[in-house]
Design a protein around this ligand. Structure first.
Ligand code: SF4
Length: 496
């Protein structure tokens, strides 16, 4: 399976780690308790379905009684694991992780799960999200002469739990106490010799779902998204709630609220872009939500044109919605090379000069002489969009109207998404009118913040949308803030 994720028009790389001019997801997590199953193989497929959430490294830890077997390495899930390696991972339960580094560098030692020994046995922790109090937590942990092996906040959470256990607490008390020391975003799957925990921070910023296998007794699965349940034939039951801790053992699934005052703030970008379109959130696929964004966009910013299409793959559902609402014919104006993953090899100068389209290629006969509407889910730096527009014009498009199915990204994320520093976000430094000129489009319109939230059909207070507003639901310490938050700017949505 080719990961459905960032699309890059060409490969004129810059020096940033975020190479594809899109916000980068942090991680995918997976856990399974099923003594009757090949848990390593099921975790492999779960991670395979979550590959879009992180492509730097992957790891699986299995529990066989008190023994933990693990394998982790840099690379895609399919590169890190083979049949032979999976056979070396026996056990009753497993924890898996696929990573994109937002805290800690991209090195094998930082690959997860983070495995730590405790008084009660070994724990293996997989984390999606980012803590914002890492500096303080690290200082606290180092006071106890702890030797931190990695540079990740995830290892710190594992050590915070171990510290509690080593001073006498049981698994659940230790986890609960440790979670109270953590601020920021964390969706966790934690394997122990006695069972698997799944937990979310009090705002539930990153997703985490529970599924069950069609088995007797019922066996449970935890995953970042429902697409990872589908691939192993598990049925989605419900989300792990913000501030909840679930404990999966031989006797089934137990739940406690480690934080009595959860305040739901799911990352809206998960719904717009990060999570797979076939994953369920709020009891519908994100494909349906993204189509609704397109319909709202067409209503808010209509345009007269001959054809509408999306930037593959993430812009397609919104483009279909835009077409449905506007009556403009939906078509394909760009073809994606579905057999390329991420490449770090720079194209040659002659390739660049010839405008070689490495990942997306415009359809000249479709575009020639047409007034086109191109839909994308977001603009981060704008470098890709600009090249894309140029290529559409070179392919013969008479007019290019760009519509974006989210508001302008004006603020960086501190909760586990890599959006660079604020000064690199084009909407933080330019007005929509200036962006329109910069991209060389005839018109440009973003979806309104209100339209984005209303399209969820949910309580609009239940989402984090800080990268569009700067209104961060978990306070960011000044030291962390100043690393990314450089400018301030008011929102504006369209130049028509
Ligand atoms: S700041 Fe943006 S990307 Fe980060 S959690 Fe909030 S909505 Fe998601």
């Amino acid at each position: 399976m080719i990961p459905q994720h960032p699309t890059t028009f060409d490969l004129t790389m810059n020096s940033s780690k975020n190479l594809c001019d899109k916000p980068e997801e942090a991680c995918g997590v997976f856990g399974i308790y099923a003594p009757e199953q090949d848990v390593a193989k099921m975790t492999y497929f779960g991670l395979y379905a979550l590959q879009h959430r992180g492509q730097e490294s992957a790891g699986i830890a299995t529990f066989e009684g008190p023994y933990v077997h693990q394998h982790k390495d840099m690379g895609l899930v399919s590169q890190v694991f083979s049949e032979a390696i999976l056979e070396q991972l026996p056990g009753n339960m497993a924890v898996g992780h696929t990573r994109y580094s937002t805290t800690g560098s991209s090195r094998k030692v930082n690959a997860q799960p983070a495995v730590v020994d405790t008084r009660l046995g070994t724990l293996a922790l997989a984390h999606n999200g980012n803590l914002v109090n890492t500096i303080q937590l690290r200082e606290e942990l180092l006071k106890t002469n702890l030797h931190l092996v990695t540079s990740t906040d995830s290892e710190m959470i594992a050590h915070a739990i171990a510290e509690e256990i080593n001073t006498g607490a049981g698994w659940l008390d230790a986890a609960t106490h440790a979670f109270h020391r953590c601020q920021g975003a964390f969706s966790l799957v934690i394997g122990t010799p006695d069972g698997i925990m799944g937990a979310r921070d009090p705002h539930g910023i990153r997703p985490l779902v529970i599924g069950k296998l069609d088995s007797q007794p019922i066996r449970y699965v935890l995953a970042s998204e429902t697409c990872a349940l589908d691939i192993i034939g598990a049925e989605y039951i419900r989300d792990v709630e913000p501030g909840e801790l679930v404990w999966i053992t031989e006797t089934g699934l137990a739940s406690l609220f480690w934080n009595p005052q959860p305040q739901r703030k799911l990352c809206i970008f998960e719904m717009i872009y990060f999570a797979r379109p076939d994953s369920l959130m709020h009891n519908e696929t994100l494909y349906s939500y993204r189509m609704r964004l397109g319909r709202t966009l067409a209503q808010e910013s209509p345009i007269d044109a001959d054809i509408v299409f999306g930037v593959p793959d993430s812009g397609i559902p919104a483009a279909i919605g835009f077409s449905q609402k506007s009556g403009i014919v939906y078509g394909e104006g760009l073809i994606k090379n579905r057999y390329v993953g991420r490449t770090f090899i720079q194209p040659t100068q002659s390739m660049r000069e010839a405008g070689i389209k490495v990942k997306l290629n415009p359809l000249k006969d479709v575009l020639s002489g047409k007034r086109v509407v191109i839909i994308d889910d977001s603009i981060v730096r704008g470098t890709t969009s600009r090249k894309l527009v140029k290529a559409l014009r070179e392919a013969g498009a008479r007019e290019v109207h760009m519509r974006i199915s989210s508001p302008p990204v004006t603020h960086p994320c501190f909760y586990g998404i890599d959006t660079d520093t604020q000064d690199q976000l084009i909407a933080a430094t330019k007005s929509v009118s200036e962006i329109c000129t910069h991209l060389e489009v005839d018109t440009l319109a973003y979806l309104s913040w209100e339209g984005m939230l209303a399209a969820t059909g949910e309580d609009t207070n239940g989402f984090c949308s800080a990268c569009f507003t700067g209104d961060y639901p978990v306070a960011i310490p000044q030291q962390v803030k100043s690393s990314k938050l450089i400018l301030e700017k008011a929102n504006q949505y369209a130049v028509l």
